[in-house]
Design a protein around this ligand. Sequence first.
Ligand code: F0G
Length: 504
Amino acid sequence: MVANTLPDRDNTGSPCDRRSRLSGHFALLECGDRAISTAIDTRFAFQQCINPDCEATYAVDEVHTGCPACGGLLDVSYEWDRLPVPGSLREFESAWSRRYDPLDFSGVWRFRRLLPFAPEDKVVTIGEGQTILQRSPAVARYTGLDADRLFLQYEGLNPSGSFKDNGMTAALTHARMVGAESAACASTGNTSASLAIFASTTQLFKVFVFVGSGKIAYGKLSQALDYGAKTIQIQGDFDDAMQRVREVCGPAKIYLCNSVNPFRLEGQKTIMYRVLESLRWEVPDWILVPGGNLGNSSAFGKAFQELKALGLIDRIPRLAIINAAGANTLYQLYGQQGLRWAEGRPNQNVVSGFYDEMDAAGRRATTLATAIQINRPVNLAKCLRALDVCDGVVREVSDQQILDAKAQVGRGGFGCEPASAASVAGAKLLREEGVIAPGDRVVCILTGHQLKDPNMTVAYHTPETESSRKLLAEAGAGQTPFANSPVVVENDIERILELVRQFA
Ligand code: F0G
């Protein structure tokens, strides 16, 4: 069971007090070359409240999903000046020749010197993070960018088919460090698939996943079921499931794996390291990412802030977070109501006023991009910090724009699920607005695999069927300009040949 240890409040900042009790477990490695070059000293990692009026610190082996002192979000922080920080990002290239070692094979842990909280013998890895960045001239044309300037980062290539595996490996590593035997999450589908695959593959944890009833794409639900996770369907949506899982995890001593867990975000930082790695360590001009619970955007901001502070990059790219119009809390607060990080003191009255008004109107998140159907993003404050660090912008796109962009990603690349295409729809919008220039180097994060939500893909490409029309019309996405409809033909060789010649 997880030891939800009592808060070890420490406002004095004394590094000794907040050091992990796990440091004694620091793994001595059998593998000689790794011991010299990459062994991780976890004594200098700790947790810290991001609220500047609190800044309480906690040892790395405590389990919190919020600051016990003030309720704020926690960061995993490091005493970098006491750690062997790489002199240059190029140093990570040496890990490529050690792919026989699971830690260097992992696209997350080969960067472990930039997330040094875990003893290596506690790392829980299933080979996550083998993802690629691909230039896409076809999608560039669609967005209005110069042909060689748009890159797609395919996080759908992870073992469970979404970016979540980057975070899950880190959260479950921490779970293992603290001796947890069971873990849980609320999910719009991908987090549950990720937690479930880690549990089935490693057999280290019993897992519970909480999903909104009828609110999750079939591909994702099928994964949780097939991997053997205890799947609890709450009558409600993600926001309801999130609230309930938080209420359950504390008393039941279950380890919570949502992105409110700061260790999750440490893993998700590595998506940005891999983008830089693929660009041979050159910093792009823009990173575009869909916004849901705002974990990714928060992690990306932290990654760049740290890299800059460590002198490993000389500039920070701009960040664009794209909401679905039917789940646009961030867009409303940041874009319309001017909410800002304000050096760690965002105006809470604006936030609570917005939520009160939302509750009074009975407004629930509604979008075909079910992965980001979220109205109460738990990482809002960290995301505001990321926007501040990255001179960010926030936009909303309609379901129509999302599905059209998704069809273009399919036609010009590996494809993605609807939520992921928000990043490409956002690139097109920001190009049209002139915020992004045609020659800017732009990276769109494709967060989930195309096969996560085949129903939506088939509906778009078969708009003539009754069920498709209904599904698309409900979301106001009645147009299908890029539909590639199947052609029905008699089972007759002459007719089939005639048809094929027509398209040849
Ligand atoms: N894209 C996909 C495919 C997702 O599954 C999610 C979140 C997001 C984008 C949004 O990312 O929360 O970091 O802003 N899915 C969560 C889940 C909520 O439960 O699978 P975020």
